[in-house]
Design a binder for this molecule. Structure first.
Ligand SMILES: C[S@@+](CC[C@H](N)C(=O)[O-])C[C@H]1O[C@@H](n2cnc3c(N)ncnc32)[C@H](O)[C@@H]1O
Length: 417
């Protein structure tokens, strides 16, 4: 008779095997678990994310007990067990469940004994060892340029923030204090509402579209554009639409452009839920034509500022696309300026920690392009430590550590003369 096991743990191993074996993004791997109940799918994602954050520690704890690494499914089962056990999971439940899971697969059943033996040893010694291990490090391809840009201690603080994970941030459609009270969240100085976590669709005001999920740092580029009520605004790389919603809620006449039709569907769904309006255009930003009062260019980038929320990222990329992305960002910025009316404002933003995708792009644009100037953004919520030399804002995951951190972002406000 097959022994039962938790569907969430099976789902977590499936996610891990796709992320680590096929370099598939975590979000896509979670999307494939459509046979699971929503609560089990959410639990599988939480477990897999925790293993990805802790992979270096899990492998270190397992190594002395393995003569050679077993196949990926069994290895990921062991990693999941190690993380759960070392972070306080009840040994009996975790070990039995994972042994039953391995026993249920034709190819993995022969490893039941190994999983049982290894996890029992980890349960005995792992938790004490765990706390002494270093915070998992970023891979070398990313760590080296970040140490060069920000220094070793800042990078260590970023790694601690990435290991800690991220809270749930909401952007209110209307009154921020009212939303904070309704969902029992904390109102941040920038106007986002922060919760420790939880199921978004169960929160008060979700069905009626009173908010959308958006990291507190990601909510700032749209704010830098200032008062956009009544203005014709282009959101040049819009999907999934967090910034489109902000601009629409602020009263702008928004054109939301994106290359990906599938991702634009997400913008459409978000607009429908929140009852906000924007004109959706599927197309290449580099070929788009028109004249706008204001433009938000949230350019495609390495997304290295979002590792707190996307712990799969360091495991599915080796930075191979960054050169190409830098070229695309430069071309998009130059084209965006040509679409601005005289006197118009533009915010350039990327969720990257790499200066080549942020500060350097603006430095170069100010040298190479005629008729633009940088504007030092002024707002009560801007902290002096965020200001960068060329006049933009640099946000890092180690900032606001006492509040739960923020995603890494770069943003700059330009004006066409
Ligand atoms: C950083 S994401 C945008 C996030 C979005 N602004 C938000 O706040 O939800 C970058 C977007 O650029 C889009 N993109 C990539 N290349 C593009 C191009 N050549 N033209 C237009 N959009 C492009 C991607 O499909 C992706 O949705």
């Amino acid at each position: 008779m097959t022994q039962s096991f938790s569907p969430a743990r099976k789902g977590a191993v499936q996610i891990l095997t796709q992320v680590l074996g096929e370099a598939r993004p975590l979000g896509e791997a979670v999307g494939k678990l459509d046979q699971l109940e929503p609560a089990d799918r959410a639990a599988a994602q939480r477990l897999a994310s925790q293993v990805l954050r802790s992979l270096e520690r899990a492998d270190k704890v397992l190594k002395p007990h393995l003569r050679k690494a077993p196949g990926l499914v069994v290895m990921n089962t062991l990693r999941l067990g190690a993380v759960e056990l070392c972070e306080g999971g009840a040994a009996h439940g975790v070990v039995n469940d994972l042994v039953n899971f391995v026993g249920s697969g034709k190819r993995t059943a022969q490893f039941k004994g190994l999983v049982n033996a290894v996890l029992r040893k980890v349960a005995a010694n792992g938790p004490a060892e765990w706390a002494k291990l270093r915070v998992p490090r970023l891979p070398k391809w990313l760590r080296a340029p970040l140490v060069e840009a920000w220094g070793a201690s800042a990078v260590a603080a970023m790694e601690a923030a990435q290991y800690a994970g991220a809270p749930l941030d909401l952007t209110p459609k209307g009154d921020a204090a009212a939303l904070a009270a309704a969902v029992d969240g904390v109102l941040l100085p920038t106007g986002s509402v922060r919760l420790p976590g939880g199921q978004v669709s169960a929160l008060a005001g979700y069905e009626t579209g009173e908010f959308w999920v958006q990291d507190a740092a990601a909510a700032l580029p749209a704010k830098l554009l200032g008062d956009v009520a009544g203005l014709r605004v282009l959101d040049m790389c819009a999907a999934p639409g967090g910034k489109t919603l902000q601009l629409a809620a602020a009263g702008a006449d928004v054109t939301a452009l994106d290359l990906s039709g599938a991702r634009l569907e997400r913008v459409r769904e978000n607009l429908t839920r929140t009852g906000l309006k924007a004109t959706l255009v599927e197309g290449d930003a580099l070929e788009h034509e028109g004249q706008y009062d204001a433009i938000l260019l949230d350019a495609p980038c390495s997304a290295t500022g979002t590792i707190r929320r996307h712990p799969d990222l360091p495991h599915i990329h080796q930075g191979e696309r960054i050169g190409e992305l830098i070229g695309l960002q430069e071309a998009m910025l130059s084209h965006a300026i040509s679409l601005l009316k005289p006197g118009g404002r533009l915010v350039y933003a990327t969720c990257s920690l790499i200066p080549d995708e942020g500060e350097c792009q603006i430095d170069e644009a100010l040298k190479a392009l005629e008729g633009i100037e940088i504007v030092q953004p002024q707002a009560a919520w801007i902290e002096d430590a965020w200001r960068s030399d060329e006049g933009g804002l640099r946000l890092r995951p180690d900032f606001w550590a006492e509040r739960g951190g923020m995603d890494g972002f770069y943003m700059a406000l330009l004006r066409k003369s």
